[in-house]
Design a binder for this molecule. Structure first.
Ligand SMILES: NC(=O)c1ccc[n+]([C@@H]2O[C@H](COP(=O)([O-])OP(=O)(O)OC[C@H]3O[C@@H](n4cnc5c(N)ncnc54)[C@H](O)[C@@H]3O)[C@@H](O)[C@H]2O)c1
Ligand SMILES: [Zn+2]
Ligand SMILES: [Zn+2]
Length: 361
């Protein structure tokens, strides 16, 4: 029987979100219904509401979640009722050309549920990143459910489902930052601080946090930043060069996603260094540089989809690091909120008051 649950819906571009009754179908072949326990508020949810991702309103928001599998559809064997899972938004297909080349983290045909969740009047909802977890229950593809150690509390574990994995992976997987390296991270929200935490785990020795908000810079130090630059007060590129012997950092991560921040990342790398774009730009943004600078600087400019992660490989390992006290996931949780407080959480995010507001169900 389809179930009625409460969920947070963005109806129109730029309009406040509201809690609505959602119809969740029974899981079909390859699908799972998950009882959501906690879901973080990511900047990407706000991008959706602002119409910055696509126009497929209404959206069922939320995509950074942990919960318990309630039911699975035909043919699902990897997960079953009662399993504690983190939801992922890149369930790899195993069949596409990226998967067949042995690079499944680039999978070009990731799986989502085939059926749609709807409003009570039958209007189909677009779940954010194919998840839609600001809801008591959600329907996903079974491959989007990654089992992890249930000892990790859902408020913390769920954050690996998006922002923390994306930021940490941007530094470690995409940027390949390693022991003794220098890294600068532009934008120290949940994603940027996760890049800093990842660089710390990887043994980077110079970790430069860049933000316009002094409070964010203080928080970044708690994740391992060794230096900070206030982008309102100092020239970011000059500042990064000064802190790296005049050369620039081995890796610069742009966790904002604007032309001006990507330009800083591009320029503030050492020769042959890597600039990583993990912040998500909007479709109207452009980036223009003289071709000779791309050639002359060498190295790489890369984008990081979901931190180039493989959920089945990375989530259980990172949860173990968390349980061992080596990955401070709890520090990302600024506040726990109810489902009806997501709109206010967006405003708190815009005002820079939180790293992550986490909806607890
Ligand atoms: N690539 C991915 O897979 C992926 C996954 C999750 C989120 N994201 C994206 O990452 C970005 C960051 O997400 P978040 O949740 O951390 O957002 P957030 O709003 O919590 O953090 C953004 C931070 O950037 C700072 N900032 C803004 N403009 C700046 C500037 N010009 N210079 C320096 N700092 C600046 C803000 O003060 C804030 O601290 C968003 O664009 C989000 O959509 C990407
Ligand atoms: Zn694939
Ligand atoms: Zn996200």
């Amino acid at each position: 029987m389809p179930q009625k649950v409460r969920g947070v819906v963005a109806h129109k571009k730029g309009e406040p979100v509201s809690v609505e009754t959602i119809i969740v179908p029974d899981p079909g072949p390859g699908e799972a219904v998950v009882e959501v326990q906690a879901c973080g508020v990511c900047h990407t949810d706000l991008h959706y509401r602002e119409g910055g991702i696509n126009d497929e309103f209404p959206f069922l928001l939320g995509h950074e979640a942990a919960g318990i599998v309630e039911a699975v559809g035909e043919g699902v064997t990897d997960v079953g009722p009662g399993d504690y899972v983190i939801l992922n938004w890149r369930a790899v297909c195993g069949q596409c050309r990226a998967c067949k080349k042995g690079k499944p983290w680039y999978c070009f045909n990731t799986h989502n549920a085939a059926q749609k969740m709807t409003l009570e009047d039958g209007t189909e909802l677009t779940p954010a990143l194919g998840i839609g977890a600001f809801a008591e229950k959600t329907l996903v593809h079974s491959g989007q459910c990654t089992k992890v150690n249930p000892a990790a509390r859902p408020q913390a574990a769920g954050l690996l489902g998006c922002g923390v994995m994306a930021g940490l992976g941007a530094a470690v997987n995409t940027g390949q930052v390693g022991r003794g390296d220098s890294i600068a991270v532009i934008g120290c929200g949940g994603v940027g601080d996760a890049a800093i935490a990842g660089a710390t785990l990887a043994g980077a020795t110079t970790i430069i946090a860049v933000d316009m908000d002094p409070k964010k810079l203080e928080w970044a130090k708690e994740f391992g930043a060794t230096h900070t630059i206030n982008a309102r007060e100092a020239d970011v590129v000059e500042g990064i060069r000064e802190l790296t012997g005049g050369h620039g950092a081995d890796v610069v991560v742009d966790a904002v996603g604007r032309p001006e921040t990507f330009r800083q990342a591009f320029d503030a790398r050492d020769l042959a260094g890597t600039a990583v774009l993990v912040g998500v730009p909007t479709p109207d943004m452009t980036f223009e540089v003289p071709l000779i600078e791309i050639f002359g600087h060498g190295g790489a400019t890369k984008s990081s989809w979901y931190g180039d992660c493989l959920p089945s490989r990375d989530f259980p390992a990172l949860i173990n690091l968390y349980l061992q006290g080596r990955l401070p996931l709890d520090k990302f949780v600024s506040e726990e909120i109810a489902l009806d407080a997501v709109e206010e959480a967006f405003h708190r995010m815009e005002r820079g008051e939180v790293l992550r507001s986490v909806v607890v169900l």
